[in-house]
Design a protein around this ligand. Sequence first.
Ligand SMILES: CC(=O)N[C@H]1[C@@H](OP(=O)(O)OP(=O)(O)OC[C@H]2O[C@@H](n3ccc(=O)[nH]c3=O)[C@H](O)[C@@H]2O)O[C@H](CO)[C@@H](O)[C@@H]1O
Ligand SMILES: C=C(OP(=O)(O)O)C(=O)O
Length: 439
Amino acid sequence: MVIVTLEKYVIEGGKPLYGDIQISGAKNAAVAILPATVLIEGVCRIENIPNILDVKKIVDILYQMGAQVRLINKNTIEIDTTNIKNMAPPYDMVRSMRASYYLLGAMLGRFHEAQVAMPGGCNFGVRPIDQHIKGFEAMGVSVSVEPGGLIDARVAEGTLHGGGSIYLDVVSVGATMNIMLAAARAEGTTIIENAAKEPHIVDLANFLNSMGADVKGAGTDSIKINGVKALHGGTYSIIPDQIEAGTYMALAAATGGEVSINNIIPKHMESITAKLIEMGVEVEEGDDSIVVRRDPAKRLERVNIKTMPYPGFPTDMQPQMAILLTLADGIGIITEGVWDNRFRYVDELKRMGANIQVDGKIAVFEGVDHLIPAPVKACDLRAGAAMVIAGLVTKGRTEVEDIFHIERGYEEIVEKLRGVGADIRKITVNDPSVIGKIG
Ligand SMILES: CC(=O)N[C@H]1[C@@H](OP(=O)(O)OP(=O)(O)OC[C@H]2O[C@@H](n3ccc(=O)[nH]c3=O)[C@H](O)[C@@H]2O)O[C@H](CO)[C@@H](O)[C@@H]1O
Ligand SMILES: C=C(OP(=O)(O)O)C(=O)O
């Protein structure tokens, strides 16, 4: 008989938090920069890498493809992909995460062909890649999706050439990055119009440029890439994680108290800072830190939020802000402007007594006085972070299951939270529902 174990967080919430939290490197930059090393012949030393599951998976995929990987410490690695083989990255590993699709752009740039499984990642409904494909096709690549979900992309004739002007029909972070990767070593120029402007787009461009690429305009909606023949190794440090920082800002606003969120770029936090101030939270900016302060006795004010591409309010902060609206004074509305189905966590919150109505991409929150503890599930990465916030704001014992979602993207979350006085621990339990069913 096999006994399956599962891990969960046990939280005793309901008290304000005080202290400092150090922010790790940005997940959404790291998961693009690591595949980008495929374009480079030489050793890349990458610092400030977040020690999270998604990063471990990508490093493992690169290792299996023949990259030499040296872990210098938990946040610094050296990768040398000089002798990497042009092979399909392991199907199941690729399928289990969204960001593995960056291997398409990187392998096209280096080998002019790639076979990569359709991506996975958080389930927000359909996550199409038609804009990525449109960009590759403009560079002379033929793309087909084979039965079983393997994407086959290859230069049909001649060489990988610059795509000229490519206008994205929707502002897509993934397509902007993937096209940038392939274009970095294409012959000629590619201009991505209506490009995404997120901080991690700029970080990928800075990484590529520091290794010899010629990318201009990242951070604006027009990015020009002059392809170069080769890229060399070097050292690069990843930017701080905007969403991890925002999550802890929302947490401090929810529980009350005073938390200093350190090692961040305050400019990246502007849309979140502005919303918290609108809700009556004190937010004080330093050079590379932000202090969030709220008197726990004072109720949060209601607001409306619409998620949008950067510099709009990030979709990846939507579930965390929902906890604040759940408890705010009055009715607040969230309109999800990026994904079709990012309110799956609402059912979990209702189990804790939240009053929320969802209609398609709109959720209406009628603030309640307090939440009640309940066992809840992390249904995806940020929804999981929201459940942790809900647990920490609620008096009594909340248990959060399926925490592997959370650990895809948050480094040492339990340790960081305990450092500001939170009562949270991770436990491993046997799962009675599967005892006897396997083996
Ligand atoms: C612009 C935006 O906020 N992007 C978010 C998106 O990035 P991610 O890169 O995952 O997704 P995209 O930015 O590509 O998608 C944005 C929108 O464009 C659509 N789309 C995308 C690609 C494509 O080829 N065709 C297409 O129609 C998607 O369905 C979606 O509605 O989710 C990530 C995880 O939540 C977030 O970190 C990003 O901030
Ligand atoms: C949803 C996210 O990640 P992914 O796109 O990798 O699923 C996220 O970072 O919030």
